[in-house]
Design a protein around this ligand. Structure first.
Ligand SMILES: Cc1ncc(C[n+]2csc(CCOP(=O)(O)OP(=O)(O)O)c2C)c(N)n1
Ligand code: SF4
Ligand SMILES: [Mg+2]
Length: 307
């Protein structure tokens, strides 16, 4: 169990930590999703209801326990935003009937992986934004269906090998631009974050917490088994995602997109790619110059004109 998940487990109310550790969890060490979630939870706080679609983070809750001090609701993969609507409505009715006070109200938080956010749950999310649902959506993006063995998802980057993209060029599709898809709905807030940039992350979650309406967060989540790297490199790989410009840190608020960290002296994208086994075929047995250039050009095109 990773140190972050141990700490998260110790948050569990009324239970000695030995019990929690004894109950065990199948989370991987070096999990970037758990790292981000831990940091996000520190800011959101315990007055929260997590509505979680099936994925790796579902393993945090082992019935009847949950590491969260608030509540936890499990939903089918496509349904977490619909579940969040039900929870929000129930809280609003309790508030209206004065069965709970404003102080007892809770933040409704959707937590899903990219398979749900970029794919199966996208229409439910679109509907929730359309209804101006007051909720926070956290997508931890490990760029594949991790819990079932890293099949490709709508978030898988071009050329990455996955369990379902094993050919010589890896995944031939392109990562969906979920940030723009979400921002096109004009919700209250959209941001990208990563656990290895905790101050940027904490500032964005604190800002989202102050707002009402749909608040959408995508956390890139380095995933040792899915991306094929040593768990101890997780934070370095996360930092490289930002320094190479592969993962832009930005936010959408009041109709404008602002980059919160611009890598002016960008490292080559291959510095990020070469430390992950899923991109090994780009370097061995010989360098695939055209595919490497294609990836670098795409990163450069993104940053052209952004100050
Ligand atoms: C409709 C449906 N299809 C398939 C599954 C099996 N399943 C459970 S978790 C999972 C992977 C989810 O991927 P993602 O949302 O990216 O989360 P991750 O596993 O990467 O944390 C799948 C396919 C399911 N629970 N429901
Ligand atoms: S498979 Fe990846 S996302 Fe899932 S628990 Fe392991 S490291 Fe985390
Ligand atoms: Mg995933």
């Amino acid at each position: 169990m990773s140190e972050t998940s141990v700490t998260l487990y110790r948050r569990m109310k009324d239970l000695p930590s030995t019990h929690l550790l004894g109950s065990g969890t199948p989370m991987c060490s070096g999990c970037g999703g758990l790292e981000a979630l831990h940091e996000i939870y520190d800011v959101i706080g315990e007055k929260s209801v997590f509505v979680n679609a099936a994925g790796c983070m579902t393993l945090l809750s082992v019935y009847p326990f949950t590491p969260f001090r608030g509540s936890w609701l499990y939903t089918a993969m496509a349904s977490a935003p619909a579940g969040a609507q039900g929870v929000r409505d129930a809280l609003d009715i309790l508030l209206e009937k004065k069965r709970i006070t404003q102080e007892e109200d809770m933040e409704v938080v959707v937590l899903t992986g990219d398979g749900a956010a970029y794919g199966m749950g996208l229409s439910a999310t679109s509907g929730a934004m359309e209804r101006d649902l007051d909720f926070l959506y956290i997508c931890y993006d490990n760029e594949g269906y991790g819990n079932t063995g890293q099949q490709y998802s709508g978030a898988t980057p071009h050329a990455a090998k996955t369990a379902t993209s094993k050919g010589p060029r890896g995944f031939t599709g392109f990562k969906k631009d979920l940030f723009s898809i979400w921002a096109a709905h004009k919700p209250a807030y959209v941001a990208t974050v990563i656990g290895s940039e905790p101050l940027d992350l904490a500032r964005k979650i604190a800002k989202a917490k102050q707002l009402k309406g749909p608040r959408m967060i995508i956390a890139l989540a380095p995933c040792p088994p899915g991306w094929d790297f040593d768990p101890q490199d997780s934070i370095d790989i996360g930092k490289l995602a930002v320094k190479t410009g592969v993962w832009p840190l930005k936010e959408y608020v009041d109709g404008e997109v602002v980059h919160t960290k611009v890598p002016h002296q960008r490292q080559p994208a291959e510095d990020y790619l070469k430390c992950q086994g899923r991109f090994k075929h780009l370097f061995e047995p010989k360098r695939n110059e055209s595919l490497l250039k294609e990836i670098q050009d795409k990163v450069d095109r993104y940053w052209d004109g952004i100050k």
